[in-house]
Design a protein around this ligand. Structure first.
Ligand code: NAP
Length: 319
């Protein structure tokens, strides 16, 4: 089968011909129809996540995907052959990712989460949801913004940000987002009520006067520690400053005036189910900035993808 993989950490991901993986006990074998790229993929390929998880080589990359169950191993009760499934396919040990024609995963993945795809959701849309969508919903929950409160999103146009803006607005929060001038209108259409144009002036100055009482929460999706240090003062007492991009340094993490955390996704099927509810109800429209054939994954992983509008998710068509 065709798969995008590496032989060891630090390798350049490339298209390979690999044997089709067979499901063992407790595993399902999925014919992947679509997969989506997330920053996690290159973090795994580089070895940066070697300490969390267990890996087998050759390692097929790809965490997010959607497809159809084509075989199940002994003891699997969660899924049946023919089920359409999607999720974050992070097994332990990890050998088979979603950037392949066939993937084998634990029915209850060690770190990931897998669930059924509603009939009305096409596979390429389902594949775009898991990592970014679950991170967005989890981070919003963690921020504990009060009803009608205010959330500032730094880095709103990417995979996580486009979900955060929509999900927070759907919950009735007032969302303020950073974006380039060209994308400001599109981020507004996602649900942001105000845009702070990126680069026009330093962010702390740009925020002055926007929320005199302070933001209930700021969510950083960029990971620039000078940026997060500069905006911490704009959070109201007792409010939250979170980063999914490990953008908070020790000093900020020790700040007792506000709640701070480098947020890590806690994956669970219930969050995937919540995401599908929001998407099928039309409250969230997954933003797919680019769709590519599987073969183009190495280039997209290494060089990124040029997009005309919102970056959102990059989806790979596999079948
Ligand atoms: N902790 C976890 O469990 C977890 C889970 C998922 C993701 N993450 C992390 O969360 C971060 C966001 O993920 P993602 O999938 O949304 O990444 P992404 O798709 O690459 O989006 C990054 C966003 O940041 C913006 N950006 C980049 N540099 C900026 C700057 N200097 N100022 C303002 N905005 C800037 C980008 O805008 P342009 O496109 O216009 O440059 C884009 O909107 C990544 O670091 C990722 O590794 C962590």
């Amino acid at each position: 089968m065709r798969a995008i993989g590496i032989e060891r950490f630090g390798d350049t991901p490339e298209l390979k011909k690999l044997p089709v993986p067979e499901p063992g006990s407790g595993q399902v074998q999925v014919a992947i129809e679509a997969a989506a790229i997330s920053p996690l993929d290159m973090a795994i390929a580089s070895g940066a996540l070697a300490a969390i998880g267990e890996y087998r080589f050759p390692l097929t990359l790809g965490m997010d995907g959607a497809g159809t169950v084509i075989a199940i191993g002994d003891g699997v009760t969660e899924f049946r052959v023919g089920d359409r499934v999607f999720g974050q396919f992070w097994s332990r040990p990890l050998r088979c990712g979603t950037f392949a024609e066939v993937c084998v995963v634990q029915a209850a993945p060690a770190f990931g989460a897998l669930t059924a795809v509603p009939d009305e959701l096409p596979s390429h849309v389902a594949a775009a949801l898991p990592t970014s969508g679950m991170t967005a919903l989890g981070a919003i929950d963690h921020a504990r913004v009060p009803e009608h409160g205010t959330l500032l999103v730094i880095g709103a146009t990417g995979g996580v940000g486009t979900f955060v803006v929509q999900a927070a607005a759907a919950r009735g929060l007032r969302v303020i987002a950073t974006a380039s001038a060209q994308l400001a209108e599109q981020v507004r259409e996602l649900g942001a009520s105000d845009i702070v144009v990126r680069g026009a002036e330093p962010l702390p100055q740009a925020l002055r006067g926007l929320e005199p009482e302070g933001f209930d929460a700021i969510l950083d999706l960029v990971g620039d520690r000078s940026l997060t240090s500069g905006v911490a003062g704009a959070v109201r007492d007792g409010g939250a400053l979170l980063s999914t991009a490990f953008g908070l340094d020790e000093r900020l993490l020790a700040d007792e005036r506000i709640r701070t955390a480098n947020y890590r996704l806690d994956r669970k099927p219930e969050r995937l189910a919540e995401l599908t509810r929001l998407v099928t109800a039309g409250a969230i429209r997954p933003v797919i900035g680019a769709e590519l054939p599987l073969e183009e994954a190495p280039r997209a992983l290494l060089d990124g993808v040029e997009v005309a509008g919102l970056r959102g998710k990059t989806v790979l068509r596999v079948h």
